[in-house]
Design a protein around this ligand. Structure first.
Ligand SMILES: *Cc1c(COP(=O)(O)O)cnc(C)c1O
Length: 387
């Protein structure tokens, strides 16, 4: 993407700021503050200090030798599962929390579906001593009790949203209503590289650290660039984070993996959803349709606009993986490498597994392991026990 697109919020014809009049001024203030934040030496030093000493960066790049032998190419895992909080989301919530402080805001709000983004915001609110309110659908609160408890442990206020389908999109509507009324003192922490400008740009830039590190680490370890870089795509933040490190290396193939039950880039059409133009899942009347995935973090009918542009430009390829293939890859990583991956990350891994026998032994493949899977173990199909 050109430098220009990162300040105007346009990625080819995608992106933009399609929001009610009342939101335009607050969003412009966030965009303008972000430009100053990036150039502010003190703010950047504080971000670096906390990435290193609180979040635990850099995360390792791990050569998975047993699986490599089995698959017939060299598999490397970028270990975002080892980041504090258990997933790449901390890169974003820490960055946006510091941006909120830089703007003099006193309060953080967020919406959450499965609860993972809500937990990541609550954690940063505790760190930065800022009160946090998380809007969450009533149905999701019932389904995601452990994450509700985590948010409360960090001192966050979880507001139950009872309108509509009582899930994520109703929580987003409620959070936006609150934001319109309280934007003077409140910062809205958005969870993925989607939504209206400036969020796709802000989230991408806070996640770029994954790609920067991964590129440096693969060169240090092997002296070569990878043939493929693979990441799962929900809203697209972990994927754009690792892709950004290799975008300029035209020989590196970038592959985004969508869940088969929620694949806007594979099965959707361009539409305006949550403030931006991007691919989205729609029914035959053009209404946004529901997605369905075993991985809660990938269960979103839309996707960030930069991925739509990368797809149309054929700079990245987007494929799908079924729940069954993701589960199989999940178990393979558990038993072969001693790592429990998130079900989201297992989608990226499953695509790598599907390349078995198709690559040369010397080919390097990096999979972004976006998070750890401890959160998922109660949702697994029954395991067979041995007497
Ligand atoms: C939230 C989440 C995702 C999906 O979000 P993206 O914005 O697409 O990265 C993927 N993996 C994990 C572990 C998550 O928690």
């Amino acid at each position: 993407m050109s430098k220009d697109s990162l300040t105007t919020g346009r990625f080819g014809s995608y992106g933009g700021m399609f929001v009610p009049e009342l939101l335009i001024q607050p969003l412009k203030e966030v965009a303008e503050a972000f430009e100053r934040f990036k150039k502010d030496k003190q703010a950047q030093a504080e971000l670096q200090r906390l990435l290193l000493t609180f979040a635990g960066r850099p995360t390792p790049l791990y050569h998975a030798r047993t699986l490599s032998d089995e698959l017939g190419f060299q598999l490397y895992l970028k270990r975002e599962d080892l980041l504090h909080g258990g997933a790449h989301k901390t890169n974003n919530t820490l960055g946006q929390g510091l941006l909120a402080q830089f703007m003099g805001k006193r309060k953080l709000i967020a919406e959450t579906g499965a609860g993972q983004h809500g937990v990541a915001v609550a954690m940063i609110g505790a760190l930065l001593n800022m009160p946090v309110t998380v809007f969450m659908g009533e149905r999701d609160i019932k389904r995601q009790q452990p994450n509700v408890k985590r948010m409360q442990l960090f001192g966050a206020d979880v507001v139950s949203v009872t309108g509509g389908s009582k899930t994520l999109k109703d929580a987003i509507n409620e959070a936006l209503r609150y934001y319109v009324a309280h934007s003077t003192e409140t910062f809205y922490v958005f969870g993925t590289a989607a939504g209206p400008h400036p969020y796709p740009t802000i989230v991408r830039q806070f996640q770029e650290v994954i790609g920067r590190e991964a590129r440096r680490q693969i060169l240090e370890q092997t002296n070569r660039l990878p043939k493929k870089v693979i990441a799962c795509v929900g809203g697209g933040s972990n994927a754009i984070g690792i892709f950004s490190g290799f975008l300029a290396d035209s020989e590196v193939e970038l592959i985004g993996v969508e869940p088969a039950g929620g694949a806007p880039l594979n099965y959707g059409q361009p539409a305006i959803l949550h403030g931006a133009l991007s691919y989205a899942l729609q029914d035959r009347h053009g209404n946004i349709s529901e997605s369905e995935s075993i991985a809660a973090g990938l269960d979103y009918p839309g996707v960030g606009p930069e991925h739509s542009a990368l797809k149309d430009a054929a700079r990245a390829e987007y494929v799908t993986v079924t729940d069954a293939a993701a589960l199989s890859a999940f178990h393979q990583l558990c038993t072969k490498e001693g790592i429990i991956p998130a079900l989201e990350s297992s989608h990226a891994l499953a695509h790598a597994v599907s390349l078995k026998g198709k690559l040369k032994k010397t080919d390097l493949v990096i999979v972004n392991l976006s998070g750890r899977g401890d959160k998922d173990i109660d949702q697994l199909p029954p395991l067979t026990t041995h007497p």
